[in-house]
Write a protein that binds this ligand. Structure first.
Ligand SMILES: [Zn+2]
Length: 197
């Protein structure tokens, strides 16, 4: 093991701070968060490692330091990747992303409560489980619609189900900010977010 990686290991083990504290916001090389939702965060150990490996620029830090016998480093709170990670991938078809696309609301009545999923064209008629045929629906609308087509049930979703782009999901994500935000992250996040105590 090189002296270098031994130092990293010691630093990570030295932890004057609780494991899992001091998350670090990860920006892409263009200083946009790598992801808004979930917000791209690393543990301080990973952030410190990336600093030593010269993969990131430190933009801001916490007050606290970690120390090993040879090294002292202020814990980074925001880092930017040196290499740009392309963002044109398409989002995964997950329950969470689907709710996010639909704004955590029922596509029929707008209720945010007891959300489930509805096949717009019912499965028994060959409706697929896909971005273009699933919408978020509250359990009472889901029950009411049952296995019927929108025109049979006279219930039409208020959005045309489509595969969202990563960009669309990310801008939806801005409306649902995470619970913990360090002050130093705010310069890199959305304008409308407020720091919670
Ligand atoms: Zn509903």
């Amino acid at each position: 093991m090189s002296a270098f990686s031994a130092d990293i290991k010691q630093l990570a083990g030295a932890a004057p701070v609780r494991q899992g504290s001091y998350p670090c916001l990860i920006l892409n090389a263009d200083y946009q968060p790598l992801s808004y939702f979930p917000l791209s965060l690393w543990s301080w150990q990973d952030a410190v490692k990336a600093v030593f490996l010269d993969r990131v620029n430190v933009i801001d830090h916490y007050e606290q330091y970690v120390r090993s016998p040879n090294i002292e480093i202020q814990i980074p709170s925001v880092v930017a990747l040196k290499d740009y990670v392309p963002q044109n991938r398409s989002p995964a078809f997950t329950r969470f992303n689907l709710f996010l696309r639909d704004g955590f609301k029922c596509a029929y009545c707008g209720s945010p409560n007891e959300l489930t999923f509805d096949h717009v064209i019912p499965r028994r008629l060959g409706g697929e489980t896909s971005w273009t045929n699933i919408v978020a629906a509250c359990s009472s609308c889901n029950l009411k619609k049952g296995g019927r087509l929108p025109r049979e049930a006279r219930m039409h979703p208020n959005l045309k189900p489509m595969q969202p782009s990563m960009h669309e999901l990310q801008s939806q994500g801005r409306r649902f900010p995470p619970n913990y935000l360090h002050e130093s992250w705010l310069d890199f996040l959305y304008w409308d977010v407020e720091l919670k105590p």
